[in-house]
Design a protein around this ligand. Structure first.
Ligand SMILES: O=C(O)CCC(=O)C(=O)O
Ligand SMILES: [Fe+2]
Length: 354
């Protein structure tokens, strides 16, 4: 059981592959409890090799060590229109009323050539990745190979987690297979610099309180803490402790909507007061962009009308994008107008992410 005030539990996902029906059922029951509670859990015992996790984290750090000038050549705002590449520090405000976020990012996805129907039809985040050149980042070929191997393994794991989610709803394990075929997922390398000592404590965020847009998110943290999940019952922020080799799994807004709000896409945030640089890597699994999401079976009572109408996965995910970036733009304009940074009070929370 997960109770109010409990941090997300660490579940051993090897039960899914073990052939031990009892252990597998226990895993399904534990995952269901988490989905009903706050939509967060951690998993160990998954098939993604720890060596691959270490290598991608190593490249994460090396990437952000590049000069700002080099990173800006891959700027995701100006170098392409399909949301790949570098995102400058302070580009987002996910929590209304807080300061632009102390994080920089780098977006990677499936390597989609310009001849691919997803590129031609401008599907969500679809196109070629933006990589640094070898003269700028020696060993970049290894970075690419590591990033893509990692990406594909995590996407495969996301599909296995969706099999478990199907079982939590008493559906066939294969229930999400059509949705996961041709799925889009986006990974972002993240770097949270140390928070300057003089930054206003109440307004400073690595990433402001938000919920994720997609279906599920699989997050790798390094050893530096900072991620917190909101607990509505106790009105407290719970630390999600970095656990070696583990993925933090959380449900996104698409899954909450799909389940008729039975399952929870929960608020979370990062505040890096550790005095150390923090690195993390979320992979946001959106699903097949054209799949029509409509109240899942076993998520409403007989005869009850679903809360939400049908929507494609792509539309559901796109819905939140504009909000968070628009907010950062408005903030900058406002600050320029007032001639200084740091106006505003913490008011409400954003429903946004990637
Ligand atoms: O860096 C983290 O620990 C969390 C990142 C996150 O919540 C996000 O990118 O949506
Ligand atoms: Fe998030």
């Amino acid at each position: 059981m997960v109770n109010a005030g409990d941090a997300p539990p660490i579940l051993d996902f090897s039960a899914f592959y073990s052939g031990d029906a009892h252990a597998k059922q226990k895993l399904v029951d534990d995952v269901r409890n988490c989905c009903l509670h706050n939509g967060f859990f951690q998993i160990t015992g998954h098939p993604v090799p720890s060596e691959l996790q270490r290598r991608i984290m190593h490249w994460n750090k090396k990437f952000f060590n590049l000069s700002l000038e080099e990173k800006m050549k891959m700027d995701k705002g100006t170098s392409n229109s399909w949301n790949r590449g570098y995102e400058l520090l302070k580009s987002q405000i996910l929590e209304e009323g807080t300061l632009p976020e102390l994080k920089e990012g780098y977006y990677i996805g499936d390597e989609i050539p310009k001849t691919h129907p997803y590129f031609i039809n401008k599907k969500l985040n679809s196109g070629p990745n933006m990589w640094p050149s070898a003269s700028v980042l020696p060993g970049v070929e290894d970075f690419k190979a590591t990033a893509m191997a990692y990406y594909h393994q995590v996407v495969a794991l996301a599909k296995d987690i969706l099999k478990v989610l199907a079982l939590t709803l008493d559906l066939e394990e294969s229930w999400f297979d059509e949705f996961t075929t041709g799925a889009i997922a986006t990974m972002r390398l993240l770097h949270y610099p140390t928070q300057p000592a003089d930054s206003p404590e109440k307004l400073t965020r690595g990433i402001g309180a938000h919920t994720d847009f997609g279906t599920i998110t699989l997050l790798l943290q390094d050893t530096v803490p900072g991620l917190q999940v909101y607990d509505y019952a106790t009105k407290e922020w719970l630390d999600v402790a970095p656990t070696e080799g583990a993925f933090v799994v959380n449900l996104g807004n698409l899954m909450m909507r799909w389940s008729n709000d039975k399952y929870v896409s929960n608020l979370h945030r990062v505040i890096n007061v550790s005095g150390r640089e923090r690195y993390s890597i979320p992979v946001f699994f959106s699903g097949n962009p054209d799949f029509v999401v409509e109240c899942l079976p076993n998520c409403r009572k007989e005869g009850e009308v679903p809360k939400y109408g049908p929507i494609t996965a792509e539309q559901a995910v796109l819905g939140g994008y504009a909000d968070s970036y628009g907010r950062a733009e408005r903030f900058k304009k406002d600050a320029e107008g007032k001639g200084k940074e740091g106006q505003g009070v913490v008011a409400g929370v954003g429903v946004a992410a990637t």
